[in-house]
Design a protein around this ligand. Sequence first.
Ligand code: MN
Length: 751
Amino acid sequence: MDEVQVPLTEPAVAKYTLNEEQERKEIIRHYRALLKSLRPKLKKGDKELVRQAFEMAAEAHKTMRRKSGEPYIIHPIAVAMICVEEIGLGVRSTICALLHDTVEDTDITLEDVEREFGIEIAKIVDGLTKISSVIDTNTSQQAENFKKILLTLTDDPRVILIKLADRLHNMRTLDSMRREKQLKIASETVWVYAPLAHRMGLYNIKTELEDLSMKYLEPDAYKDIARKLSETKRERTRYINEFIRPLKDKMIAGNFDFEIYGRPKSIHSIWNKIKKKSVEFEEVYDLFAIRVILNSPPEKEKEDCWKVYSMITDEYNPSPERLRDWLSNPKSNGYEALHTTVMGPQGKWVEVQIRTKRMNEIAEKGLAAHYKYKEGSNDEDRFDKWFGQIREVLSAQDTDGVDFLQDFKTSFLAEEIYVYTPKGEVKMLPTGSTALDFAFSIHSAIGTKCIGAKVHHKLVPIGHKLRSGDQVEIITSNKQKPSEDWLNLVVTAKAKSKIKDSLREEKRKIAEDGKYTLQRKLEAMGAAFSQYNIEELVQFYKLPSSLELHYRIATKSLDLKELKDFQVLGDKIEIPKPKPTTIETPPVYDPNKAGSKKDSELIIFGESSDKIMYNLAKCCNPIPGDDVFGFVSTGKGLIIHRTSCPNAAQLMANYGHRVVKTKWAKNKEISFLTGLRIIGLDDVGVINKITNVISGDLKINISGLSIDSREGLFEGTIKVFVHDKEELEELVTRLKSLDGIQTVDRFDTEN
Ligand code: MN
């Protein structure tokens, strides 16, 4: 997958077919290397199975070539090699890796695979096939696709590990692809696969995926940092040696069996630091980290790590905020280590990572290493718990793709914190979790009744963000029930889906009243309360469902007075022929007409995007400068009320979800029309993100917006009104910092 296969006869690759004998030897050489690294894991009969898989794949891919011109079979062999060498997977995964593209791209069927290798392998190959077909369809529905990928992950984690190996090999050989394809694959990699590798505990693969992506996405920055790293290498090595020397002496005197070395940080992580802190390369202090690897027996691991910590901090002064103890509380992907940052020679901060050989292997090979150390360790539970949580969320129905992906990213790919229950039980939660998330993580019945919490005995609101080490006690009330805005107070997928469930339940209850009202109205007209009539009304009011119709009637947000004009034939209602339009269009904010119109300086920020339509409320007549809010009415667009309006309290209390924050624009007189061209990855909600930055964060008006998307990339042109260059530059910087955006360039709107 991710490969365009060209037939052997294509002229462009003809030169590679000249020496078939040599090519065959090359394939065999790769295959032998694979067998060699697999050797320690081979049991009786395994070798034959592997050979059978190799022969099946080689035969099936016989006429195919990669874009580079290589015989296609080199790719599955390389993927298998990554599985064995870099992820530590075994024989069955090797077989799956060899076969991973056969069902998708060749005549081999899943039944063939099952017949030859059994159901277990067929299932994994099936999972890999599904992943490739969802990823490669060039749609912009990345979110929906990704959900499917993760659904297959729940069957067997090996599916995702082999997929990561596949992606890694494709990234390593991306050079021969078209530029457009390179950008798409690289974006997808940095956006989905690198975080996934991180979450599976595959730190080396994660780093390499990020670096390779950057090489294609930001070639200049990549080359620049790579060059500077190599230019400063000698100086760095000297410093590292100076730093290490006294530590070595101490550890030798302490009879430790250890390795200590300096390790450069990845180009991608250095680049992130440069961007995040807007500093120069020269100012990034942690270009490298010092790693101490101890060879300790299992029962002395923790003690030894702390002893070494103590030796290091005797020599160099540690920064108290930078101590990370993943010995006592390993990350849920299994990572264990002790990290500290100390003041080294010449007043430089240096990060030191202390871990044992076992921990190091887990850090490098992730999950697979877990299996190896399974006996007598409880880290396995931690991973299983995490995996179980993913399964739980995935099995929850009716989350749509976009929400799901967002939830997944924040819940499972984010870094995590650990917090304690009043009884001292540890809970792992994603960074950014609130008291409410915590409540839902204990039990949904506690979540829905949560009114607040005590953190270290101090009262906090439900939206309070928790920090590692917090001890949290949830306070509940039977009168409490979830509201729409709770969705903004939580980050975990579990809490979100439980809140949605409960809102839906509540809505259903309210809708019952509306249903009754409607029944009376219809019967009073002589019409039946029938399925037919209800569907007619749902269509007439352009609503998604009868539930929505009943709900709106119950909440009086839908007026049934049109019913008077309806004819009744038999017991069926006759919908009058549609008038041109029943909804009057509210004024549209047009900066060109700025000046005399007093309401023209209103800017709305929040969810709204390009065009802002609004009316000023008659009840309180707001003017510029008043404290205002917007209310989303049915049919009339946004209505602006003063916060001191007599109706304000009632509106906000009952329809909180329809209230939008609004604000008057700064009274800058003139603005200029200018255009931006944006190129990026066509991912979920990218347009929303862009418009949110422009009209939301920066309160700049959009005059026109067009987006073209092709093969997963989009190109958009946006015309905006800005007051000065500074404002424009601020806008460009903000847009560039969005995930998935490649370039933002200014263009003259006259052209
Ligand atoms: Mn592949």
